[in-house]
Write a protein that binds this ligand. Structure first.
Ligand code: MRU
Length: 373
């Protein structure tokens, strides 16, 4: 997508040094566009953990380039194992991380060490290119959901939570891909952007990227979503996800579940957009089987923003003696999900529909499980 008219991806190989990787430091948005150069695996692992890069598909792509950076430095078996372990520990909930590392391992392990660096960069580039094509396809499949509600110039109000836009992926986004396509095709779309406490990915990232693309939007507090639905001001909800079980349970940013409940109570369709790389075929029950990341309490007790003098300031908003808890994701049971928007089409959120649409992937997973048994 474009930033002030210039096309960008969220991660790319440095133009002047084909071994280094560039990312947009998302902790600096919306106040500064800081294009950081990453030259080693440990720095990439830190970028994922500290959320300079975030969003399930981008976490996977970043980890893939992290392995490539490790192979450039030392392509031994020991260093490959170390890179997979270090990167695998960075964030627990998004399954795309594990998917990308498994793919890198499968591509590199059989090779002689001196062939690994080149192959690793090629594999990471392929993961990125495939992500872009996948998300474009998610956009095309989700577009009719919006178009059906936007006949004759009618405004379509879509509510989204967190950031599942182009900067959460390599390009296009998942939840925002159909919205960009609807806007670009001339439909009258308007997005309710939930701020998404505690890190405010909605207020700082979704609002930023929609604004840069010219998509009409309004930021609301997380608590306002249900009220907007009761008033009839939301036509549909579209969110992204970090992990979907084979039965269709959906993990996404904390607060998503409450929106699904409010949507169900108000008869508002609740759609989840995802690439198939976000499906965890090994698990069925999202509530018991999806690891939920617990992030630092400081994300709850403080807020960071631009002070009136223009400086970036962090202020404490909770009494110093009060502890805080910070579960970063929640699980929306499949029964509350109207449907899934995938790169292969719209799919019901249940095991039969998912395994029918992704027969090849679910069969592959079943045969790996059999081999291991
Ligand atoms: O903690 P984050 O910012 O990585 O969480 C991101 C989300 O929850 C997104 O909705 C999800 O990864 C889908 S991204 C296309």
């Amino acid at each position: 997508m474009k930033i002030d008219g210039t096309p960008y991806r969220s991660i790319w190989v440095d133009e002047t040094d084909s071994w280094s990787i560039r990312i947009i430091d998302q902790t600096k948005l919306p106040w500064a566009l800081d294009l950081v150069r990453i030259t080693d695996m440990d720095t990439m692992a830190h970028a994922i953990k500290a959320m300079l890069v975030r969003g399930a598909p981008l976490i996977g792509a970043s980890a893939a380039y992290g392995v490539a950076l490790a192979m450039r430095a030392d392509a031994s078996d020991a260093n490959l194992a170390n890179a997979l372990a270090v990167l695998g520990e960075t964030r627990p909930t998004a399954i795309n991380l594990r998917w990308a590392l498994a793919r890198m391992q499968a591509a590199l392990q059989p090779l002689r060490p001196n062939a690994r660096a080149g192959a690793a960069y090629a594999e990471a580039a392929a993961i990125c290119d495939e992500d872009v094509a996948t998300n474009k396809s998610i956009g095309a499949h989700g577009l009719p959901l919006i178009a059906a509600r936007g006949q004759n110039g009618r405004r379509v109000n879509i509510l989204t939570h967190c950031n599942a836009g182009w900067i959460a992926t390599v390009d296009w986004g998942t939840a925002l891909a159909p919205i960009y396509m609807a806007h670009d095709s001339g439909l009258n779309v308007h997005v309710w952007v939930e701020e998404t406490r505690p890190r405010n990915q909605g207020a700082s990232l979704t609002a930023w990227e929609l604004g840069k693309h010219g998509v009409p939007h309004t930021v609301i507090t997380d608590n306002a979503g249900g009220h907007m639905m009761q008033r009839g001001d939301v036509d549909l909800v579209i969110v992204g996800t970090d992990r979907v079980t084979r039965a269709g349970d959906v993990a996404n940013k904390i607060g998503t579940y409450l929106k699904a409940l409010a949507a169900r109570d108000n008869g508002v369709p609740f759609w989840v957009a995802l690439p198939s790389t976000t499906i965890d075929w090994k698990i069925s029950d999202g509530l018991t089987d999806i690891p939920i990341e617990e992030r630092p309490a400081s994300e709850v007790t403080t807020m960071t923003g631009r002070a009136l003098d223009g400086s970036i300031a962090t202020v404490r908003i909770v009494p110093t003696s009060s502890p805080a808890a910070n579960p970063a994701f929640d699980v929306t049971p499949a029964r509350l999900v109207s449907g899934l928007i995938t790169e292969r089409g719209l799919c019901d959120a249940n095991e039969a529909a998912l395994s029918e649409m992704f027969k090849d992937l679910s069969a592959k997973e079943a045969s790996v499980a059999k081999e291991l048994a």
